[in-house]
Write a protein that binds this ligand. Structure first.
Ligand code: ADP
Ligand code: MG
Length: 403
């Protein structure tokens, strides 16, 4: 249950509010922001604070600079895009909570926004260094975390800072993410169907295990399905296999059977001679020819998965059904995306998590027809594994909240 204090609990008038956002956006070849979804998703929080008369000191990481400035990872393009979206100038500091940040933050008046340079330019960020957290804390009077996508990391801006700067509350995006994902784990409406795919079973097994007690049906596709097929004695040709996970896969299938949870592994697949592209043929998933590999689920699987999805009242989808980056292998993934959109129309609570699955939903053009498309790849997975996210834990609960 979502029990955190939010920006609505904050008396923001006349305050300088530190906002940890997730502006870790892709940049195009021209160096400009090529997809501003994550920036746009944080606008409600920023606009709300500005409307209350607050000044904002926004901060984020971008990419993976190793604790020192890296020109290609500057937040300058983000500052430009944010200026355009907010229709006001958003200056960028030249340091991370150093003298320049301090000077510019002190000069802010209500309604203004300042952006700190990439947090990961400072070696203290990823180490959750207390000195950096203290310097960040000194830049504002209150803290808001809207960076769900970074909440699974115990960094200075996500943990050390909210420990030192109270009140520390959730932004609207953080609240939206935790509420939508939380509804999957907290008394989900039944039937609950989880569609799981993607490359590796090792990356998904903790989610599968955690959901065992919650879902009615698993629909399994993607590269990971072949480790399950092989564990049941099927012939998978050159399909993706995690040899060392065969026992884990068999164990999962046994546990599911004991608990009466249905596991529908895609019965047919599209096989190709190369993962890069080329002609496909439809074969039974447990009879993939020796020199071929499964690159997508097949038409029978598409129909079966579709029927299960549209009949569900709760649907979680994580992991593409095939190598959807290759258009010829994208059919199963797009079919699942459309089925989720149809389930949503029928009143189901539908959630998509994971970077590649979210990309597929956008590609299928159905993102707006799904209840919740998560902005947090790794964070949403860890949440669904049942883990406590350190960045969420560090925030005040509603009863603690004082403004
Ligand atoms: P997400 O980011 O949504 O969590 P993953 O990262 O787990 O998803 O998986 C996405 C990757 O899985 C994609 O790069 C896709 O090409 C790959 N994939 C899906 N199906 C197969 C397959 N049959 N064989 C090889 N790779 C696959
Ligand atoms: Mg991925």
């Amino acid at each position: 249950m979502f029990d955190k204090a939010t920006v609505r609990d904050l008396d923001a008038q006349g305050k300088r509010v530190l906002v940890r956002a997730d502006f870790n956006v892709p940049l195009g070849p021209d160096g400009e922001v090529s997809d501003d979804t994550r920036i746009v998703e944080t606008l409600p929080t920023l606009r709300y604070l500005l409307s209350k008369g607050a000044a904002i000191v926004a901060m984020s990481h971008l990419g993976r600079p190793k604790g020192k400035p890296e020109p290609g990872a500057s937040l300058a393009p983000v500052a430009r895009r944010l200026s355009r979206l907010l229709r006001q100038d958003v200056p960028l500091t030249t340091d991370v909570a150093g003298p320049d940040s301090s000077r510019l933050a002190k000069g802010l008046v209500g309604g203004q926004v300042l952006l700190l340079e990439n947090l990961r330019f400072d070696p203290g960020e990823e180490k959750n260094d207390p000195a950096l957290a203290q310097r960040l804390a000194a830049l504002g009077d209150a803290y808001v975390n809207d960076a769900f996508g970074a909440a699974h990391r115990a960094h200075a801006s996500t943990v050390g800072l909210p420990e030192r700067r109270k009140p520390a509350v959730a932004g609207f995006l953080m609240q939206k993410e935790l509420t939508a994902l939380g509804a999957l784990l907290d008394h989900p409406a039944k039937p609950f169907v989880a569609v799981i795919g993607g490359a590796k079973i090792s990356g998904k097994i903790d989610v599968l295990e955690h959901l065992l007690g919650l879902v009615d049906t698993f629909l399994i596709g993607g590269g990971m399905m072949f480790t399950l097929v092989k564990a049941q004695g099927g012939a998978i040709g050159r399909s993706l296999l995690e040899e060392d996970k065969l026992e884990t896969a068999a164990h999962f299938l046994r546990r599911a059977q004991e608990k009466g949870v249905r596991v529908l592994v895609a019965p047919d697949c599209r096989a190709a001679a190369s993962p890069q592209g080329g002609e496909t043929r439809v074969v039974a998933s447990d009879r993939v020819p020796d020199d071929w590999l499964g690159v997508d689920i097949g038409p029978e699987s598409e129909a079966q998965f579709r029927a299960e999805i549209v009949g569900a009242r709760t649907v979680l989808w994580n992991g593409p059904m095939g190598i959807f980056e290759v258009p010829a292998f994208a059919s199963g993934t797009l079919s699942v995306a459309r089925a989720l959109a149809d389930a949503t129309k029928r009143g189901a609570h539908t959630v998509v998590g994971g970077g590649d699955s979210v990309a597929a939903v956008h590609e299928a053009g159905v993102a707006s027809h799904i209840t919740h498309v998560s902005t947090g790849g790794g964070a949403s997975l860890e949440f669904l594994e049942g883990k406590t996210l350190p960045g969420v834990q560090a925030l005040d609960t509603r009863v603690q909240a004082v403004s």
